[in-house]
Design a protein around this ligand. Structure first.
Ligand SMILES: CC(C)(COP(=O)(O)OP(=O)(O)OC[C@H]1O[C@@H](n2cnc3c(N)ncnc32)[C@H](O)[C@@H]1OP(=O)(O)O)[C@@H](O)C(=O)NCCC(=O)NCCS
Length: 154
């Protein structure tokens, strides 16, 4: 079921909340200090999504170099998934990147990450290649990465 989602640009004051959510979503969390440093880097853009209670329910961090963008991380609170938050975050991000002249977006994703692959395909990303044994998976050893691209102005 879709919920009403507000997406806004993140700033370094959001680093604590983003790090807490990141730690709930990934096996290896990034610290608040790492996020604070990342969010002020040149070319790094981040957005957070909030639903009803104003807490951060999702975030996306994207790095741009000239007219290219790369998704560094995107995640949604496990209790809020399948409500359209991930899609809303990235659609908002792509609209802003488009205004800033970004032409295409790249990413890599573990080939067993069905949710992320589903989200990216739904948003029009196309598979461009594979990186063998790219990720360490605690239960399965190494997992391949799939590389994907999307034209921003659609
Ligand atoms: C990937 C992730 C961000 C998706 O966020 P979300 O808010 O649940 O996604 P949405 O509700 O916006 O879903 C949009 C579309 O993505 C696809 N999708 C989302 N979750 C899916 C799943 N579990 N399986 C298959 N497709 C899925 C669907 O096409 C969905 O549209 P639909 O619900 O109308 O069918 C979320 O699952 C997550 O945080 N995962 C853990 C972190 C992660 O792996 N990040 C990506 C690293 S590359």
């Amino acid at each position: 079921m879709s919920v009403s989602v507000t997406v806004r640009q993140a700033n370094s004051k959001d680093a604590d909340e983003i790090a807490k959510l990141h730690a709930r979503c990934f096996a290896r969390g990034w610290t608040a200090r790492e996020f604070a440093a990342l969010l002020i880097q040149d070319g790094v853009h981040a957005w957070v999504a909030a639903t009803d209670d104003n807490a951060i329910d999702g975030f996306a961090v994207i790095r741009t170099v000239l007219d290219e963008a790369e998704i560094l991380t995107v995640a949604v609170d496990p209790e809020r998934r399948r409500g359209g938050i991930g899609r809303a975050l990235l659609i908002h991000a792509f609209a802003e990147l488009d205004k800033n002249g970004v032409a295409r977006c790249f990413l890599e994703v573990a080939q067993d990450n069905d949710a992320a692959l589903g989200l990216y395909r739904r948003l029009g990303f196309e598979v461009t290649g594979k990186r063998a044994n790219y990720y360490a998976n605690p239960s399965q050893g190494r997992v391949d990465a799939v590389t994907m691209t999307r034209i921003i102005a659609k």
